[in-house]
Design a protein around this ligand. Structure first.
Ligand code: SF4
Length: 260
């Protein structure tokens, strides 16, 4: 997969440091990315090309806006009492936060200094050795495993599944609290063999997995694909039926997993 970089851009490594990084946007009262009310930072840049992505405008690492860690922390502190009263905290999502590991680690470290709970929403795909230190200051990982069958995973994301499985096993080794997220797309990720394989794998991760979230496919991001001139291949794909959702949830439950 190629990322087309214009010659005007600085090298990617200069785009983000422990002091600054690039973000797409901030949501101050998120309720779906971790427990309680969350201050959600959507970072800019992603190497995956998920067919159902509802934030395709986060792909390009040179878009978005540059912010310093100090600026982000000032914003976070304005909402600290809300977050903490609800049992919430800060979630770093994207895009892919682990493409800016030093920046993300520093935000999480500063949150911990303030006693704020931190969650990281990731595909687990970026460079493992650079990603690992971020976890020192992450309380909860929301790990998106977009399929289990390698060919289906590649079809959905355009990248290999191996880095994600490796990352998942590491989370298990270090007993990091983890929620697994799986987007259910009729005709794409719903093959029973694919779902069963994922359930079986997740069960091997043990107690670190607090729950599995089965997320029904929706087309809320379709208009962004059109605006960006990208080809949205799922325009004729319906959302999953309630029966299909139940069936998939049941598969995870059969492996002793808590499912929502
Ligand atoms: S990992 Fe997330 S942000 Fe990246 S393409 Fe997939 S859905 Fe979009």
């Amino acid at each position: 997969m190629a990322i087309h970089l214009s010659t005007h851009h600085p090298p990617l490594s200069e785009l983000h440091t422990a002091d600054r990084g690039r973000i797409h946007s901030i949501e101050t009262c998120g309720t779906v990315d971790g427990p309680g009310i969350r201050f959600v930072i959507f970072t800019q840049g992603c190497l995956l090309r998920c067919l159902y992505c509802h934030n395709p405008d986060t792909r390009d690492p040179f878009q978005g806006r540059e912010v310093t860690v100090d600026q982000v922390m000032q914003e976070i502190q304005k909402y600290q009492s809300y977050m903490q009263a609800s049992g919430g905290g800060v979630t770093i999502s994207g895009g892919e936060p682990l493409l800016q590991p030093e920046f993300v680690r520093e935000i999480c470290r500063r949150c911990h200094e303030l006693g704020i709970h931190t969650a990281l929403d990731t595909s687990g795909f970026p460079d493992f050795e650079r990603s690992k230190p971020v976890l020192d200051y992450v309380d909860l990982v929301l790990l998106d495993i977009k399929s289990y069958d390698p060919q289906t995973y590649h079809r959905v994301t355009s990248v290999s599944i191996e880095p994600t499985l490796h990352f998942a096993r590491y989370l298990s080794d270090i007993h990091k609290p983890t929620w697994i997220r799986f987007v259910l797309v009729p005709g794409l990720t719903d093959d029973p063999v694919n779902v069963e394989g994922l359930a079986q794998f997740v069960a091997t991760l043990g107690d670190c997995v607090e729950k599995v979230e089965v997320l029904p496919f929706h087309k809320m991001g379709e208009y962004k694909w059109q605006e960006l001139g990208y080809d949205y291949q799922l325009k004729d794909t319906p959302p999953p039926s309630p029966q299909l959702i139940q069936q998939v949830m049941e598969t995870f439950r059969r492996y002793g997993l808590r499912v929502e």
